[in-house]
Design a protein around this ligand. Structure first.
Ligand SMILES: Nc1nc2c(ncn2[C@@H]2O[C@H](COP(=O)(O)OP(=O)(O)OP(=O)(O)O)[C@@H](O)[C@H]2O)c(=O)[nH]1
Length: 365
């Protein structure tokens, strides 16, 4: 029984929360649901007590509000999948504001109704963010000001002293300022954290020297493209490319000269490839190419184009020109051949190209 209640409560709170959404949006949806259920319980209890005291107008308004809170919870799910939470948040906020205005006009129970208006600033800022939240609070403050100070006595359903009204508004504005400042600091820290986490994520996936995707990132691309090509029954190819005699570049131009060569070569590869092709740094002076929708014949044409461009490229480090060549191995990822097997095959051909004199692409198609 307890477990069932817990599960139902959990389902209520997580309605509309999806993995595909950002944590910020999921948190907002969670709070909308939490606010709906807490509001629903409190307002229903107040409605019941108003019925018992035979204050029927208040009881009906509170019942309507609790129904509105339940509707807002359902809106998270039934309106557009990715914007429904905004509709639900707005609906909930405007219903809350209407209820607060009603409590201010009527005084609620023993003229304590206006005390509830302090709920508005945190809810408005949380649901709408800083800008929209402040706009909504501004609108609400104007309405409350009119109701408290400008409504003719003949229409007002209750009376408050001038001191109470002015202090109520002043404390409401103070709370708005503090809640606004809190929301501002919270969203700034969230933005900063998001920037840092995106930066860490980018760094974890790219090679710090060449800025090409690293081995880990390439593995993900390979797995994704392999399953995509399997589904679409398309071919894809992989190529491994190793710089010839790279050790001698390091020996002649120093380690920095070697690094310059790797950076320059990476740019040359990037400039030569089509948009959907991916090149990554696979190891020291070894690069891997992923060529979606490309058979081994087309891969060979591309490999030769790359090889010739490298051979004819004018490398120059600290004023000293030098030339460079690469050896390339190709393998088509056939349906019965796993990506790992294709990479081993490409590796095998690349070393064969080295043995056969370097500056070569194998196999020849
Ligand atoms: N500057 C620099 N050198 C690197 C980097 N990673 C690997 N190397 C160097 O690459 C060289 C690779 O040497 P070898 O494995 O003997 O291969 P090679 O000289 O290219 O000869 P072949 O592959 O047989 O043509 C070594 O000197 C490594 O120190 C790097 O990030 N920067």
């Amino acid at each position: 029984m307890l477990n069932k209640t817990k599960a139902a409560f959990n389902t209520f709170l997580t309605l509309g929360v999806h993995r595909g959404r950002t944590p910020e949006v999921n948190r907002q949806i969670f709070v909308i649901n939490l606010f709906s259920i807490v509001g629903l319980c409190i307002v229903s209890a107040l409605a019941l007590s108003a019925y018992i005291r035979q204050e029927f107008v208040l009881a009906v308004v509170l019942t309507a509000s609790s129904i509105a809170m339940y509707i807002s919870h359902r809106l998270v799910e039934v309106t557009k999948p990715f914007t429904g939470y905004r509709v639900a948040g707005n609906f909930l906020l405007y219903c809350l504001m209407l209820l607060m205005a009603f409590l201010v006009v009527t005084g609620g129970r023993e003229n304590t109704g206006p005390l509830w208006i302090f709920l508005v600033p945190p809810v408005a800022l949380f649901f709408g963010g800083l800008k929209k939240g402040l706009r909504d609070i501004g609108l609400f403050t104007s309405v409350i000001f009119i109701l408290l100070f400008l409504l003719p006595d003949t229409i007002a359903l209750t009376q408050y002293s001038y001191g109470f009204k002015s202090r109520l508004l002043l404390s409401f504005l103070t709370l708005t300022f503090l809640a606004g400042f809190y929301e501002y600091s919270r969203s700034e820290s969230y933005k900063r954290m998001k920037q840092l986490s995106d930066e860490f994520e980018r760094q974890a996936r790219s090679d710090s020297l060449t800025k090409l995707p690293n081995r880990r990132s390439m593995r993900e691309h390979l797995d994704y493209e392999f399953s995509r090509s399997q589904r679409a029954k398309q071919t894809m190819s992989v190529m491994l490319c190793d710089i010839d005699h790279f050790k001698s570049i390091n020996d002649e131009h120093g380690h920095d000269g070697g690094d310059y060569t790797l950076i320059e070569l990476s740019q040359l590869f990037r400039d030569t490839l089509r948009k959907q092709d991916i090149v990554a740094r696979w190891g020291g002076e070894e690069f891997i190419f992923l060529l979606p929708e490309t058979n081994q014949h087309d891969a060979y044409i591309l490999a030769e184009k790359l090889r010739k461009r490298v051979e004819n490229y004018g490398f120059k480090y600290k004023g000293t020109p030098f030339t460079l060549t690469v050896s390339i191995g190709i393998a088509e990822v056939e349906h019965h051949l796993s990506v790992d097997k294709a990479i081993s095959l490409a590796d095998h051909f690349m070393y064969q190209a080295k043995r056969e004199g370097r500056n070569k692409t194998l196999p020849i198609f």
